[in-house]
Design a binder for this molecule. Structure first.
Ligand code: NAD
Length: 287
């Protein structure tokens, strides 16, 4: 794993141990293929970067400017010497997901590491929650993972190896008002994680959910004005009194921390971790 530049890096493992962990992960992931949904931005992009740095071929997915995505694909491949494919499948559409999975499986033979990360948010009281937002959040944040999982598993089973990491949320463990669809979908993905983990436990495949607290990505930045409106407070108050108030550390979780945690779950040291719904939220759910 690439050296992190977290402010508390001095408290991390000794440099020698970091190198050893990196070497073990690199040996394991080199030449494997990782598909990360929603990897043109935020957490998904950070995970793609971390797995590419460990030698995995990457399938990127997500929306964005076509030129910027091409540049991202070329840059990732060149810097890490891996193959990088992009498929812009809309994760709310089962046929598009099926087509993306078919292309990726055709290209690489198997998707060894599947990271279900694509997600959207909408903040509104439940009795004013727009129907189309409810349907989109359930489709993208939950059903998409069912489709990618069912389509990735046969090749994983054939190889006797697989890593599925579902990027859930602290909202897979606790609720917040005005996020009914998101909280329902994230609790749902925790259930999907546990169920699939049990089904494939003897086949070298682990299935886990990582549950970040607030990470300052476009997804969070976009919900600040809506939360301010729903609660009748200023945007600044949303950051300090709502978002960071939930996290005892009073700090945002970083993309790099979630990416490093995900990479760890893909390695051999994590082979006995499965069916777990794992918080990375600055102590939020310890309240
Ligand atoms: P982001 O908005 O930065 O990135 C979301 C990604 O998903 C983008 O690449 C976007 O193009 C893609 N995407 C959105 N709709 C899509 C669709 N229909 N089809 C394909 N791709 C689509 O958000 P983020 O904060 O990086 O969130 C990533 C995941 O992490 C989400 O599942 C989110 O719920 C989860 N999460 C985020 C936070 C946080 O604080 N940012 C906390 C906990 C969990």
């Amino acid at each position: 794993m690439r050296r992190q530049t977290a402010p508390n890096a001095a408290c991390g493992p000794p440099a020698g141990m970091q190198t050893l962990m990196h070497q073990e992960l690199h040996a394991m992931l080199k030449g494997k293929t990782a598909l990360i949904t929603g990897s043109t931005s935020g957490i998904g992009l950070g995970i793609a970067e971390a797995l590419a740095a460990l030698g995995a071929n990457i399938v990127l997915n997500g929306f964005g400017d076509a030129g910027e995505i091409t540049q991202l694909r070329i840059d990732l491949a060149r810097r890490h010497g891996v193959n990088v494919l992009y498929d812009g499948a809309d994760m709310s559409q089962a046929p598009a997901i099926e087509s993306m999975m078919k292309t990726a499986l055709g290209e690489f033979g198997a998707i060894d590491i599947l990271v279900n990360n694509a997600g959207i948010q909408h903040v509104a009281p439940v009795d004013a929650f727009p129907l189309e937002k409810w349907n989109a959040i359930l489709a993208i944040n939950l059903s998409a993972a069912f489709h990618t999982t069912r389509l990735a598993l046969p090749a994983m089973k054939q190889r006797g190896f697989g890593r599925i990491v579902n990027v859930a949320s602290a909202h897979a463990l606790v609720a917040s008002p005005f996020k009914s669809a998101y909280v329902a979908a994230k609790h749902g993905i925790a259930g999907l994680t546990k169920t699939v983990a049990l089904e494939v436990a003897e086949q070298g495949i682990t299935v886990n959910a990582v549950c970040p607290g607030y990470v300052l990505t476009p997804l969070v930045k976009k919900q600040i004005p809506d939360t301010a409106k729903a609660r009748g407070i200023s945007e600044e108050a949303v950051v300090h009194d709502v978002l960071l108030a939930a996290q005892p550390t009073k700090q945002f979780v970083t993309v790099e921390q979630v990416a490093a945690f995900t990479a760890f779950l893909c390695g051999d040291a994590a082979a006995s971790i499965t069916g777990a719904v794992l918080p990375i939220e600055g102590g939020w759910t310890a309240h």
